[in-house]
Design a protein around this ligand. Structure first.
Ligand SMILES: Nc1ncnc2c1ncn2[C@@H]1O[C@H](COP(=O)(O)OP(=O)(O)O)[C@@H](O)[C@H]1O
Ligand SMILES: [Mg+2]
Length: 461
């Protein structure tokens, strides 16, 4: 059977109801037949009695005049045929059809004062017949006069149909109504379930608050509770993992810094073989990039753990932060032959953590300075526009191919393998923006697809 709740519930409703309609329809049919038969037999009896009442002695002979009323009782719009036969027990026919299917056994039985009813066939039609006997006395002898009246079944069948079909149609209507109401009711009542689905679907992968669904059915509550428990356990797990990365990065920092210092010290030794000097220089580069990586990992862990409700107690001036970052990177930019400029207006205050926001601006600006060719231009702009504060870092470097743009925010993803880096810069930037409930987007700065604009938007404080 199908897995649809709707279809399954309909089956539960339809199968028993259809069975019920069948059984009760059969009972109604039997009932209707019984009633119609009873009515028909009463009419036959009335007719037979009227005819029998007209049988009389005349000159020692039995005679009968069929009263018109005896046949008029059968009048109906269905055009039933009525046949009769009045005969004496010596075989004489007093009136009616000679070939009437009189039943000997019926005549016998009818002599015991009770009329008898039976089915017969006449002129190719099936008829219902009454056999009614009247005893006539004459000079001490008794004659039995058998009055048989038969009638075709059209009006009786019509009555059965009328009695039975009406009931059946009403019952089928009730079943259809029940099915329709069940469908409509289910559509309405399934809405909260679909709402839960939307709630779950619309979530950010890292959104770990419990589900809140208003006006929930009692039956659905356990499901939501179970999902919420699962989310809570997941939250604990995620937090533990983040703590582990932060702790590991923190623990690695000290020995790595010591190592770097030691390598630096070793390089200053005067009597070194040239090949050793080279090896030590390579070692120092590796240690430096390891320190850089560890610092970035630590920063990423901090950004991931940052919580807006905690950040909301602090304010930072994005314009001032950008100014400092540009100053910090001025030397690097000059060395690389990049024209690094700033378009900073007045102070632009937003809610958030100064250190994290500085890391955001630094990562984005450093990228622009690093990936733009010598002679290129990089502009850091901060602007306040009513309720919004925007940061835009624009360069005229090679840009990022459209197909890689969605991936550069993933940790460790790097679009340019030939340069040094960790692939964590933009991942950190995105985490910081999200922790501050802002938006970050990248696009080409030039219509030809070259150059890059990293645009970040925050709500003004
Ligand atoms: N301004 C830019 N111009 C061109 N490519 C960029 C720019 N900024 C970032 N990228 C690309 O995006 C990738 C991811 O950047 P990021 O996360 O900062 O890692 P990293 O700089 O350590 O490689 C980089 O490897 C680089 O290929
Ligand atoms: Mg980078």
């Amino acid at each position: 059977m199908t897995n649809s709740l709707r279809v399954r519930l309909l089956w539960w409703l339809l199968v028993p109801l259809a069975l019920y309609v069948f059984v009760s329809g059969k009972a109604a049919y039997d009932n209707a037949r019984h009633t119609a038969d009873l009515l028909q037999e009463n009419t036959l009896l009335a007719s037979a009695r009227m005819i029998a009442g007209e049988v009389e002695w005349s000159d020692g002979m039995l005679r009968v005049d069929i009263p018109p009323a005896a046949l008029e009782v059968f009048a109906s719009p269905h055009g039933d045929q009525v046949y009769y036969n009045v005969s004496v027990d010596d075989g004489r026919l007093l009136a009616g059809l000679p070939d009437f299917p009189s039943n000997r056994a019926a005549a016998e039985a009818a002599t015991h004062d009770t009329p008898i009813y039976y089915d017969a066939a006449l002129h190719g039609a099936s008829i219902r017949v009454i056999g009614y006997v009247r005893r006539m006395y004459d000079n001490g002898s008794i004659r039995h006069v058998l009055v048989s009246v038969g009638k075709t079944q059209a009006s009786r069948d019509a009555m059965v149909r009328q009695l039975w079909r009406g009931q059946l149609v009403r019952q089928i209507e009730i079943v259809l109504l029940a099915v329709a109401l069940a469908c409509i009711g289910l559509t309405f009542e399934l809405r909260p379930l679909l709402k839960i689905k939307d709630e779950v679907m619309d979530r950010d992968p890292m959104q770990l608050e419990p589900l809140r669904v208003e006006r929930l059915h009692a039956e659905l509550r356990p499901i939501v509770d179970a999902i919420n428990q699962c989310i809570a356990r997941l939250g604990v797990q995620v937090a533990a993992q983040r703590r582990f990365i932060a702790d590991a990065a923190h623990q690695l920092r000290t020995p790595l810094t010591v190592l770097e210092t030691q390598v630096q010290y070793a390089r200053q030794h005067r009597a070194l073989e040239p090949s050793l000097t080279e090896a030590l220089a390579a070692m120092q580069r590796s240690t430096r990039s390891m320190v850089g990586l560890t610092n970035k990992l630590l920063l990423l862990a901090q950004a991931e753990a940052a919580d807006y409700t905690q950040l909301a107690t602090q304010k930072a001036d994005l314009s001032g932060i950008a100014k400092e970052v540009v100053e910090d990177l001025a030397l690097v930019a000059e060395k690389r032959g990049i024209d690094l400029g700033a378009e900073l207006g007045d102070a632009a205050w937003i809610i958030g953590h100064e250190g994290l926001l500085a890391a955001l601006v630094f990562n984005v600006t450093e990228n622009a300075v690093r990936y733009t060719q010598s002679g290129g231009h990089v502009t850091v702009a901060v602007a306040q526009d009513g309720e919004r504060v925007t940061l835009a870092v624009t360069d005229d470097g090679p840009g990022i191919p459209a197909e890689a743009r969605s991936r550069v925010f993933e940790p460790f993803y790097r679009a340019s393998a030939d340069t040094e880096g960790t692939g964590l810069g933009l991942a950190i930037a995105r985490e910081i923006v999200q922790a501050h409930r802002g938006e970050i987007a990248i696009s080409a700065s030039d219509p030809s697809g070259r150059g890059l604009v990293v645009a970040v938007r925050f709500a003004a404080a």
